[in-house]
Design a protein around this ligand. Structure first.
Ligand code: HAM
Length: 422
């Protein structure tokens, strides 16, 4: 017997409706804001990803890299931004109207140690806006992440906001941080001591309590921003304030990819364990150039749909499956042909309809009708006789076969409008 590979999950009916609704909800505000759909390959030349984080775990330890039969080194995408920017360069987006605003959805792959909310294959939705360095577009992008969770039914996320500075001010900050880490090396774990030399910023991300206590006193980047970065960050925050978007300053927030400049952010949810980030993003003004393209600043985010689903489930929020049957059809012995014709007529008319298959007996069939969630059931006999049953009141009466589908659809709508009446 086979099982799904380590770090992967099967998404099955029961959860899949909510997953699909989450994807649609998360991306709807971005679609209304003019972010058009893009789709890039699930694998890219390995070099595309090497550029996004030569000193990060994602790139050095977690990539699914393989050689194809033609001897090319390819990698399953660990994230969406690098591929989107590669495509933007290849298709000369910089020569057209900017901003180039796009949205995407798809599976990503990272060879991580699986734990609650962390898998090796996971689904992200994302947006990217290429072109302007205008702080107003940072505010738009950040706001759309907040609106995404609101629309998906998860308003209780916390927005963490930071600025990572740029080439002008970050090196000096890193040197100051490195000096602090060296001075406090005795109080840090082995991994943080190693990071002090390879990637001091990542030390800020250490989850160990003893390191956190020491790092609480570490210098923060927002105190070291150069004047243009500080002005940019101030403007972003002023726009967010005026939009009524609440955030928490997170001056020690470091992201797991190297390409970030200036605005960075994460969205976290309290109902998840250690893996509490449901989304994150930021500005990546040097990425296009590092991929061999022209100067093409950008900002975007990606939201983890698997974690969003876990967060929704942790809130026990009610969910009405938009794909649940509205009308259910139960054939009595000899009534299957009539039942098949009725569900087909209902479906063609735009009603979600389903029926019982197999020989389950009346009791089992009515149980299936109950479980389907349909408000109206049609019971069809061998002679074409049909009974219409309102599932909530139990009221039941005969209807002519020729009118059965239309009457069921009308009854279903009437029941719905009764339910909607306050
Ligand atoms: P990221 O923070 O690496 O950013 O991932 C975004 C989100 O994807 C995370 O907040 C999390 O919800 C989800 N995620 C990441 N890894 C896993 C995993 N192993 N299992 C389950 N969910 C996961 C990026 O990927 C950037 N490309 C975001 C971005 C777009 N920045 C600019 N534009």
């Amino acid at each position: 017997m086979f099982s799904a590979p380590k770090g992967t999950n099967d998404l099955l009916p029961g959860r899949s409706g909510r997953f699909a609704a989450a994807v649609a909800g998360l991306l709807a505000p971005a679609a209304r804001a003019g972010y058009k759909l893009v789709d890039t390959p699930v694998f890219e030349e390995t070099g595309v990803f090497l550029r996004v984080g030569e000193s990060t775990d994602i790139v050095t330890k977690e990539m699914y890299t393989f050689e194809d039969k033609g001897g090319r080194s390819l990698t399953l995408r660990p994230e969406g931004t690098a591929g989107v920017v590669r495509a933007a360069i290849e298709h000369h987006v910089d020569r057209g109207p900017l901003p180039w605003k796009v949205r995407y959805a798809g599976q990503m792959f990272r060879y991580e140690q699986p734990q609650g909310g962390r898998t090796r294959q996971f689904f992200q939705v994302g947006i990217e806006a290429l072109g302007p360095e205008d702080p107003a577009i940072d505010a738009e992008v950040v706001t759309l992440a907040v609106r995404a969770f609101e629309e998906a039914g998860l308003p209780n996320v916390t927005l963490l906001l930071n600025s990572m500075g740029d080439e002008a001010c970050r090196p000096a900050y890193i040197a100051t941080l490195q000096a602090f880490l060296r001075d406090n090396a005795a109080a840090l774990c082995g991994e943080c001591r190693a990071r002090t030399e390879t990637n001091p910023l990542r030390a800020l991300d250490c989850k160990r309590a003893e390191c956190q206590a020491t790092l609480a006193a570490a210098p923060v980047i927002t105190d070291s921003l150069c004047a243009p970065c500080k002005e940019h960050y101030d403007e972003v925050r002023a726009y967010l304030s005026s939009l009524g978007v609440a955030w928490t300053e997170a001056p020690r927030l470091v992201r797991g990819l190297d390409y970030y400049r200036r605005t960075t952010f994460e969205l976290v949810h309290g109902g998840l364990g250690a893996q509490n980030a449901v989304g994150g993003g930021g500005r990546y003004d040097g990425l296009a150039e590092s991929l061999g393209g022209p100067r093409l600043p950008g900002i975007g985010w990606a939201l983890g749909v698997d974690r969003t689903l876990l967060a929704l489930e942790s809130e026990d929020a009610p969910f009405e499956d938009p794909e649940a049957a509205e009308v259910f059809v139960v054939p009595l012995p000899g009534g299957k042909d009539g039942a098949l014709r009725l569900v087909d007529e209902l479906r063609t008319a735009g009603v979600r309809a389903d029926m019982v298959f197999g020989d389950r007996g009346m009791k089992g069939a009515m149980k299936a009708a109950d479980r389907s969630g349909a408000r109206v059931t049609l019971i069809v006999g061998a002679d074409g006789g049909v009974e219409l049953k309102h599932m909530d009141t139990g009221e039941q009466y005969p209807v002519p076969f020729a009118e059965a589908a239309a009457r069921a659809a009308a009854a279903e709508q009437r029941d719905e409008s009764i339910e909607d009446t306050p």
